[in-house]
Design a protein around this ligand. Sequence first.
Ligand code: SF4
Ligand code: SF4
Ligand SMILES: [Zn+2]
Length: 255
Amino acid sequence: MARCAVCDVTSSYISKEIGVCLRCIRERPEDALPHAMCAHRRSRTAFGLPERPPKNPDGLTCKICVNECRIPENGIGYCGLRRNEGGKIRDVSSQRGKLSWYHDPLPTNCVGDWVCPGGTGAGYPEYAYCPGPERGYKNLAVFFHACSFNCLFCQNWHFREETLKPRTRSVDELVADVVERTSCICYFGGDPVPQLPFSLRASRLAMERNKGRILRVCWETNGSMNRHLLDRMVELALKSGGCIKFDLKAWNENL
Ligand code: SF4
Ligand code: SF4
Ligand SMILES: [Zn+2]
């Protein structure tokens, strides 16, 4: 139960953290959004992440996602992954990333499972090993440790505990874990967007090393990527029989 700081209504549907009601966010954004922004600020500073995308006119520009950060010397991008050190972007690249991974037996809890070749056999025999769910095969789930958004009630919020840790892993390490029974790779997180150059490179290498057999490449994303990178993703997903799953966060711009 909380009270809306704008219209004074009390309701169990009002989040204590945000402090304003849904109606005010939709209909009185100029009054409500400053309260919501405070909640965002608190949630980011708790993890040492920048409060908003840096826009330093002399900073280094990153165009991987819609934030289009301009990162000042010794500063980091909104996602927390890219650091401007002496005029060069450091920390992650198309070769090294901040991520972890594990195998999940198919059929799995992947959101595309009810339509995809792995869960249904759609596209068999070109894109699926069986005419039904691919029992006996595995999905390589790749969890990225950063995001380009800051959803306040993120179900995978714990990725933020990893974002600023220095450890990175290489494309080769990930691809080496694609085994004979891996029939799909799914990138999620956090969100794959801030590390798309890494997942695109890893996917190409994995497909090359597994030529002649089915290996689907899928992404689950908030859709905030640069369009050119989206084109590359679509090419690989279509070629391999994989899916791109867009997680639409809100239909109303103020949300
Ligand atoms: S990927 Fe990260 S550094 Fe690049 S624009 Fe997006 S939030 Fe900023
Ligand atoms: S990774 Fe792709 S093919 Fe595999 S279960 Fe998920 S949506 Fe289906
Ligand atoms: Zn209200």
